[in-house]
Design a protein around this ligand. Structure first.
Ligand SMILES: [Zn+2]
Length: 297
């Protein structure tokens, strides 16, 4: 323990400690006088070292004081961040509520969208140090993901050097730096099939065949419709009425049949609508036509 020149605590000061703690004050207040970051010397009773000394010599006092301290600490922790939590407006006066409020996922930081947009549109210029570090990163063959997000090959490896708006500003102002960035583009693009293989781990021959056929049915269709069409195609293949290599040529027919059947049964999304009925009173284009034309032309 460091030597201290203050006087040891007497019974009177010990009582003041206990009553201060009962009022909900923390040791931080009673030993250093810090109230909301400001020093209030009238609050100070004794140093922290003297308090611990007195506790060691008076177990009864220590028990009472520590119990109160634990409670006060809990309350103080609950008060933490209260200022930020209860802020109704950002420091530029924009409301921190409704559409303007962004609550970050992990940290729960409350952010003002107007200010975020303002900063993104007119960022402060990067410092000399930031420029040097970014240049070093590019010279080492790394890309802007390392500069703006600290990411190399999809993995977070360090803190960012500068935000993307700031980098864009630097590129506009410094053509030499801009050239360096253009040279740093990743040369090899990953093959989509490799990603698929990695995500699913194993693709069985059956799955590969299913995907091959399912891919011929347009993704723009509503999901339930698409599933039904795929199912009908497989059924036809199993029954032998459709050859595998003929699927592509007959997909349109399967989609048309599906809608015709759904409408005949009155289970289509819009109830009982005839595909052959004209859509507009003054034309002869039918609903059936729009399906085929919309998807394939
Ligand atoms: Zn704001």
């Amino acid at each position: 323990m460091r030597p201290t020149h203050s006087k040891p605590i007497d019974a009177d000061k010990a009582q003041r400690f206990l009553s201060g703690l009962r009022e909900g004050k923390t040791l931080h207040v009673l030993c250093s006088g810090k109230v909301n970051g400001k020093r209030v010397s009238s609050e100070i009773i004794a140093t922290h070292i003297r308090f611990r000394e007195y506790c060691a010599e008076h177990p009864d006092f220590a028990r009472q004081a520590n119990a109160l301290l634990a409670e006060n600490m809990k309350a103080a922790n609950a008060r933490r961040g209260e200022f930020k939590r209860s802020q109704t407006h950002c420091k530029f006066g924009h409301p921190l509520s409704g559409d303007n409020l962004l609550i970050e996922g992990r940290t729960k930081f409350r952010r003002c969208r107007v200010c975020m947009a303002r900063r993104a549109a007119a960022p402060r210029p990067p410092s000399e140090d930031q420029i040097q570090r970014a240049t070093a990163v590019l010279n080492a063959g790394q890309t802007i993901s390392r500069i703006c997000w600290g990411v190399i090959n999809g993995k977070k490896v360090a803190d960012r050097i500068m935000s993307h708006p700031k980098l864009t500003l630097l590129r506009q102002r410094d053509p030499e730096f801009d050239r360096l960035v253009s040279l740093s583009r990743p040369r090899v693009r990953r093959q989509p099939t490799k990603i698929l293989l990695r995500r699913n781990n194993i693709i069985t021959p059956e799955m590969a065949e299913y995907n091959q056929i399912a891919n011929l049915v347009p993704y723009q269709l509503p999901r339930d419709v698409r599933d039904d069409v795929i199912q009908s195609i497989f059924l036809a293949i199993i029954e032998g009425s459709l050859q595998r290599d003929q699927v592509h040529a007959h997909v349109r027919q399967f989609i048309r049949d599906h809608y015709r059947e759904a409408n005949r049964l009155g289970v289509g999304k819009y109830g009982l609508v005839s595909l052959d009925a004209p859509i507009f009173a003054d034309g002869n284009m039918t609903r059936g036509d729009t399906i085929v034309r919309g998807l394939w032309d």
